[in-house]
Each structure stands twice: as structure tokens, then as C-alpha cells.
Design a protein around this ligand. Structure first.
Ligand code: GDP
Ligand code: GDP
Length: 437
């Protein structure tokens, strides 16, 4: 079981994206920071009382033109029923129950998955009274909220996270075999890559393309290493729902990220990195997954002497601040560097599990801190006495100091940089915490 995914469905203008932003509130700055994406985000990770889950705003996938929107909203609802773990069905008290609301409600009542009817814009007591009309839609879980002010959203979150059990948190704990997810926009070459690997590699242990699986897992044995490839490419072809539905492929990609240890993000060399790529990249980083970027179709590029170097430099600017990521220029068609890509992904896997000895860590890091001190705060110097790697799944370090709340981002970045320079965490997000000594 992968991470928990909540889809928000409903008519335009009921307040889906307002709620979405509120659910992601604490994370917003971080996500935006990592991705550098300013356009509307469609999905992200919400945190509530230590539980995290994916949130998808299906509104982001609906085309803006009026004549198609009714059909599209029904479609989104169907995909949400099929793909999400829970559905937030949002209505608007100020318009009352519309025909489309009733329609979508009919669809949603048929699923056994938890559906939360959320009546939004309940900003005052008068609207509280009006909202009672929505009980007639016949849902068990009903919430009256104001996304704008946040009233009622805490209770909604309580209800949502009640569905999340501990073992859903990290699907990667399932087995010790490295899991590599192949992710990328349509047509970047995901299936070709998979075929190339399968074609040359005859030691496929098993093909677990089960009907209950959301993603296709194929187990390989190469370079004396055993690993699972998580494939999102074949899915489109098997999809029961509308073939080209962007929402469909995005939700599958999110699940694949959840299931993976390392995300292999394929880009089209000519098209470069897209907003959607950056969203997946920051999602993976946020979830502590390893990342390798493949710039595929490199064969079609006109190559001067510095092309790859310049390309990589520009690309890493877009990926900043998490830019200590391997970039590999591949041609699946010409079978260039595709095994290299697997090798590097497995190195990233190793980096992600790396544990640095405390004595070694302190020896190096205290020297780095000595060489460049944290700034003085209100006349008091910040003193970092000790650092230790936490026993977490993905690399995390705690620095013990006198004023943990006063260490700011630039110094945090300096420490991360020093860790990366001295130890190999390439392709792996590194978390840094400051604690009272
Ligand atoms: P979406 O199309 O469903 O994503 O809706 P939006 O989130 O874009 O919201 C549509 C409009 O409703 C915007 O003008 C919001 O400011 C407004 N809105 C959202 N939530 C509330 C609320 O709780 N109360 C009121 N009064 N307005 C809201
Ligand atoms: P997917 O949608 O990501 O699974 O992409 P496909 O594997 O179906 O590939 C889409 C198209 O790109 C196909 O026509 C492939 O032959 C082509 N393609 C894939 N890899 C490469 C490559 O490295 N170079 C070139 N020139 N074409 C490629």
C-alpha cells in the first residue's frame, strides 16, 4: 500500500483550490522553493499531526471552457473514485445544490471509498443554517467549512487522517530490494526504456503486473544487483478510463513516487524541463526519495563541444536548491547510457541508505563550523556543539546548539553543502534539524 491520496472534486468556483492551498499551507513555501513553479499547483503533500498524505486538486485538470466542463468534472470524479483513497466532494453553500452537484453525488455514492461532502463558504451562522440542505445528498461524512477563513478545516483534516494507518506511511519498507520508478511526461521514452532493458536483460525474475497493482513492478537482476522497476508507462494503455486524461497519469505518477526509493525522471532533451516535471521532482524531494534525471533523446540534439555541460548547468539552475542530482544524457533508441542510468540509480539508492559514523561526522562538520561560524543573534553567538545523523529512513542530521530557532536558511544551506561535499549524498534530499543541546 502506497501513500494516502485525497482528491478534491467539485464544480468550478466552489473553492477547491482555496482549500487545497490551505491544506498545503505549512508546506507551500517549501514546495514553491524547490520547484520554482509559480503557476497553480495541482498536487502536493499535506501534513496533519504527523501524518502526511497527497492532495490533488482536480480543478487544475479541468479545461476552462464552459461547454466541456460538465463532462470533464464527471470524468475527474470517476478517476478519483478509481484512483484516490478518499474523496473530498466540495459544494458551495452560496449556490445551493445544483444539478451538477446532484449528478456527481450520484456517482460518488456508489463507491465504497470514503467520501467527504464538504460544503464550502459557510462563513457565518446564516450560511450554517442554509448549509443543512446538503444533508439531503445523503452522505455519511458532512463538513461545513470556510476555506477562506479556515473554519472547519481542522475537523475535516482530523477525519481524513483517521483513514491513514501507520503502515501506509512508507511503502518502501515492504522489501529490501531497491525500487526505481520510471517517471516522465507522455512520449519522453518511458516504455522504450523499459523495452530496451527487458530486451537485453533476460534475467527477469518475475513480472508482477497484477490487476490490483496501480503500477507495474518488474523485478530485474543486473550487475549482481536485484531491483524492482516501477513503471507508469504501460498504464495508459491498460487504462479503463479516458486515455489521455492528464489527471490519470499524474495520480499514477504520484503513486509510483510513493512506492519508489529512487525516481528516474525522464525529460525530452529538446523540450527541456516542464512545470509538471518540476512538480514531480519537488514531490520526490519532499518525500525524501532519491532522484536521477535522464535527459533522453539526446541523439536528436545538435552537439557542440559544451552542449552537455551547458545543458546540465541550466537544468540544475531549474532544480535548485536541490541540485546535487545526477544528470545522464541518454538515447534509448541508440541504447546510449541506459545501463549507466540504472547503475547511477542504484548508487543513489546506496547514498540514500548511507549512515555516517558520528565521530567522523563531528570531526568534519565541527571543523567546517569552526571555519565559518553561524551569525551572532541579538549579541549572542550561536554555538553548535555536536551533530548526529538521525536513525531515519532517509538522511537527516541533527545539529545541537544553544539557539536552534535562530539558525537561518543560508547557514542551513552552508551545512548541507558541507555534508554533501564531504560525504556522498548525490541524488538524495538531506534534512537538517537544529535542536537544543
Ligand atoms: P475552484 O474553482 O473550485 O478551485 O475555486 P477557487 O478556490 O478558485 O475559489 C473560487 C472563489 O470562491 C474565489 O473567489 C475564492 O476566493 C472564493 N472562496 C473560496 N473559499 C471561500 C470561502 O470559504 N468563503 C467565501 N466567501 N469565498 C470563498
Ligand atoms: P512514453 O510515452 O514515455 O512511454 O514514450 P515512448 O517510449 O512511447 O516513446 C515515444 C516516442 O519517442 C517513440 O516514438 C519512441 O520511438 C521515441 N523515442 C524514445 N526514446 C527515444 C530516443 O532516445 N531518441 C529518439 N530520437 N526517439 C526516442
Amino acid at each position: 500500500m502506497a501513500g494516502f491520496t485525497v482528491a478534491i472534486v467539485g464544480r468550478p468556483n466552489v473553492g477547491k483550490s482555496t482549500l487545497f492551498n490551505r491544506l498545503l499551507e505549512q508546506r507551500k513555501a517549501i514546495v514553491d522553493d524547490v520547484s520554482g513553479v509559480t503557476r497553480d499547483r495541482q498536487y502536493g503533500v499535506a501534513d496533519w499531526n504527523g501524518k502526511t498524505f497527497n492532495v490533488i486538486d482536480t480543478g487544475g485538470f479541468v479545461s476552462k471552457s464552459d461547454d466541456v466542463f460538465e463532462r470533464e468534472i464527471r470524468k475527474q470524479a470517476k478517476v478519483a473514485i478509481e484512483e484516490a483513497n478518499a474523496i473530498v466532494f466540495m459544494c458551495d453553500v452560496s449556490t445551493g445544490i445544483t444539478d451538477l452537484d446532484s449528478d456527481v453525488a450520484d456517482l460518488l455514492r456508489r463507491t465504497s471509498k470514503p467520501v467527504y461532502l464538504v460544503v464550502n463558504k459557510v462563513d457565518n451562522p446564516q450560511r450554517q443554517l442554509e448549509a443543512t440542505e446538503f444533508y439531503s445528498l445523503g452522505f455519511e461524512h458532512v463538513h461545513f467549512i470556510s476555506s477562506m477563513s479556515g473554519s472547519g478545516t481542522g475537523e475535516l483534516l482530523d477525519d481524513l487522517v483517521a483513514n491513514i494507518t501507520e503502515d501506509m506511511g512508507d511503502a518502501t519498507a515492504e522489501t529490501d530490494v531497491p525500487k526505481i520508478a520510471i517517471i516522465g511526461q507522455p512520449n519522453v521514452g518511458k516504455s522504450s526504456l523499459l523495452n530496451a532493458l527487458i530486451g537485453q536483460e533476460r534475467n527477469i525474475v518475475s513480472d508482477i503486473a497484477g490487476t490490483t497493482r496501480d503500477t507495474i513492478h518488474t523485478r530485474y537482476n543486473m550487475y549482481q544487483k536485484d531491483f524492482l522497476l516501477i513503471d507508469t508507462a504501460g498504464i495508459r494503455r491498460k487504462a479503463k478510463v479516458q486515455e489521455d486524461l492528464e489527471f490519470y497519469s499524474v495520480i499514477r505518477a504520484i503513486k509510483a513516487v510513493d512506492e519508489a526509493d529512487v525516481v528516474m525522471l525522464l525529460l525530452d532533451a529538446e523540450k527541456g524541463v516542464t512545470g509538471q516535471d518540476l512538480s514531480i521532482f519537488s514531490l520526490a524531494a519532499r518525500k525524501g526519495k532519491g532522484v536521477v534525471v535522464l535527459v533522453n533523446k539526446w541523439d536528436v540534439m545538435d552537439k557542440g563541444t559544451n552542449t552537455a555541460r551547458d545543458y546540465e548547468k541550466e537544468l540544475k539552475k531549474r532544480l535548485a536548491p536541490f541540485s546535487d542530482v545526477p544528470v545522464i544524457f541518454t538515447s534509448v533508441i541508440e541504447k546510449q547510457r541506459i545501463f549507466k542510468a540504472i547503475e547511477v540509480a542504484l548508487e543513489v539508492y546506496d547514498n540514500r541508505t548511507r549512515k555516517i559514523q558520528t565521530s567522523k561526522l563531528n570531526e568534519i562538520m565541527l571543523k567546517a563550523i569552526e571555519a565559518y561560524h553561524p551569525p551572532v543573534v541579538r549579541g549572542t553567538p550561536i554555538r553548535i556543539k555536536y551533530v548526529t545523523q538521525l536513525p531515519t529512513h532517509t538522511p537527516a542530521f541533527a545539529f545541537f546548539c544553544n539557539l536552534p530557532d535562530d539558525v537561518k536558511t543560508p547557514y542551513r544551506n552552508y551545512l548541507e553543502n558541507q555534508i554533501r561535499t564531504n560525504f556522498n549524498f548525490t541524488g538524495v534530499p538531506v534534512k537538517i534539524f537544529f535542536r537544543k543541546k
